[in-house]
Design a protein around this ligand. Sequence first.
Ligand code: C2E
Ligand code: MG
Ligand code: MG
Length: 542
Amino acid sequence: MEQAAGSTQLLLNVNALKGQASKTAYLGAIIAFASIIIATLLVSYFATGSITLSGIVEAQRTNFGLWILDALPLVFTFWGQYAGSIIAYQAGAMILDQTNELRNKTASLEKQAIYSSTHDPLTDFPNRSLFYDRVEQAILSANNQGKTLSVLLFEIENYKEIYGTLGRNNSDLILKQVASRLQGAVKNYDNIARLEGGTFSLLINDEQENVIHVSNNIQESMQAAFIVERQQVAVHTCTGIVKFPDHGEDVDTLVQRAGIALYIARNSKEGSAVYDPSFDEHSPHRLTLMSELRHAINRNEFTLFYQAKVSLKTNSIYGVEALIRWVHPKHGLVSPDEFIPMAERTRTIQQVTRWVLRQAFEDCAKWHQEGLDIKVSVNLSTKDFHDPELPDFIGGIQAATQIKPEWILLEITEGSIMTDPEQAMEMIQRLHGMGYEFSIDDYGTGYSSLAYLKKLPLAELKIDRSFVQDITHSLNDAVIVNATINLAQNLGLQIVAEGVEDEEIMAQLKDYGCDIAQGFYINKPQPVEEFNTWLKESQWHT
Ligand code: C2E
Ligand code: MG
Ligand code: MG
């Protein structure tokens, strides 16, 4: 159609140009005629002395040059017409070419504009609006065919932190790597979208793929550290899942509920959650908790519990771990697993850590004043590495409480080091320079190698309780725990087994040569007065 209209327009243009050329040619012919008449009259005048008809005929008959001149108008007219036609056609073709080029350019610009309004320029994935459209379409067809589908929200939990510490360019590089790993982990990667920042979404056709399987694959694909500028960066991820039609019948409800599932997933150990209506009650509760957390310190609602660490070599108390509790006026004891991640997402964690350190230092000072040689372990959070004033604060309470740095052990996790190894290393070196020692908590749940950890000034390694709890039933876990004990000791580290729940586990750990045990079998975390009473009555001496 467009082509036909173009050709008609070309014909019209060519005719108009031809008309113009013809006019010029006719004008040339008229001038040529006028020149012939003037030349003939002049020749007649100079030959006969007058301008008469016989003189003109005579001039024409005897002058060969005039004959040539007579032929000129004809030649000019023909030549003008011919050249005019050629030029007009050439000009027309040029116009058509340029019009086509412009038309193609406009079409591709239009396409580009549509593409960039529906895609994320960084990852090339569909953006939120295209994703919503696709989910809507998918709901319609699933409805018609009586099929089910799932929406999965995937979030880089520490994206803000990565952005804050590595800057925009490097965090963009990480996002691109995350996008590639997502494509690798998901079969049908046309259905992945980037909603915002570090949040991606997936539309999964349940007939083709099992959503839990997809979610596991994604989580697994993100486990290896990311590399930017030769730095290793750990990315913590979580996924929230909803199903159509069980959890909602329109895209807004589905995405909102996937958000609630994501919220629950963030605070869960597994890092993923399938939406459940009971979450609705839970999430406002958590949201209120989050706002109340900020006032908990001023309202004096935190308390420290202590759990013993006993030496398997000397059967004596080696030290204690300080574990925070929030005594909520309405909900009672709130577990740190519930509120520490909340505090980490806000700036409250700095105040929480400082509160714990002050309390633990004061209790430690009291024990030592009473002649009890107890080493107090305090947990530091990932966010504490971003608090440059922390070493000074610690120096301050150390002076105020008169404790010695060697009475304290600071517990850090592999994950917290890997999030920003440089910053972590700087803080660790500063505190180490002040005389503090470090312990790696939950060892085995992260992805760092012992060889890497050995670069840090570590004193202790705590094997995560998920490995310890099953050593009497699982040969695999027993082998892992035994090998870790040997390896750590060869590297000159003291080794602690967490989660010792019964006598059998304790005996087996002794057999393996483990240095220290901690767990419910020895004591459950308890408030300081209770702990002191237990200590006096227990079989363990200091
Ligand atoms: P964690 O540092 O690995 O602490 C050990 C956790 O294991 C404690 O949980 C303890 O009660 C529990 N546990 C000890 N022995 C056993 C056992 O035999 N069986 C079982 N099932 N569990 C045992 P808790 O007190 O709920 O603390 C959970 C986590 O919260 C801690 O894990 C630590 O990561 C964090 N946390 C606790 N206090 C603080 C704190 O003051 N600051 C920071 N940043 N994190 C803290
Ligand atoms: Mg700990
Ligand atoms: Mg632990």
